[in-house]
Design a protein. Structure first.
Length: 128
């Protein structure tokens, strides 16, 4: 089991906030570890670029909640999650599925249904 911190409307360097987003920030070393394993697995020929928000799980992806009273309610809260060891990619982005009951409960409390994309731990993108 790993833990992360809930963050609402995360900001990218040099950009405005992403208003209707909620992420679960994970330990950056965890993402670094998985990117290193990927590099070794690719015979030290391909590396992944770290995600713009570092190692994270997206809980809300640009979806305006219907229950605004719950918005930012859990900002900064530490939450448990479990990485499912089934590496996945769409050819550009790389991730692991995750289990996080609290993330789904948070979505429900905000008045949102199931996420468009299943919960996942983003580790990187773009092999080079």
């Amino acid at each position: 089991m790993d833990t992360g911190i809930i963050r609402y409307s995360p900001k990218l360097l040099g950009a405005s906030s992403s208003k209707w987003w909620v992420v679960l920030d994970a330990d950056p070393e965890l993402g670094k570890y998985y990117r290193h394993l990927f590099y070794i697995h690719r015979y030290k020929c391909n590396k992944l670029q770290k995600p713009a928000w570092e190692s994270h799980i997206t809980i809300v992806r640009d979806e305006e909640p219907t229950n605004m009273l719950a918005w930012e309610k859990y900002d900064g809260l530490e939450v448990d999650f479990e990485i499912v060891p089934e590496f996945a990619t769409n050819g550009d982005y790389f991730w692991f599925p995750v289990r996080c009951k609290f993330a789904l409960e948070l979505r429900s409390e905000l008045g949102l249904g199931e996420p468009i994309y299943p919960l996942h731990f983003s580790i990187g993108h773009g092999c080079y």
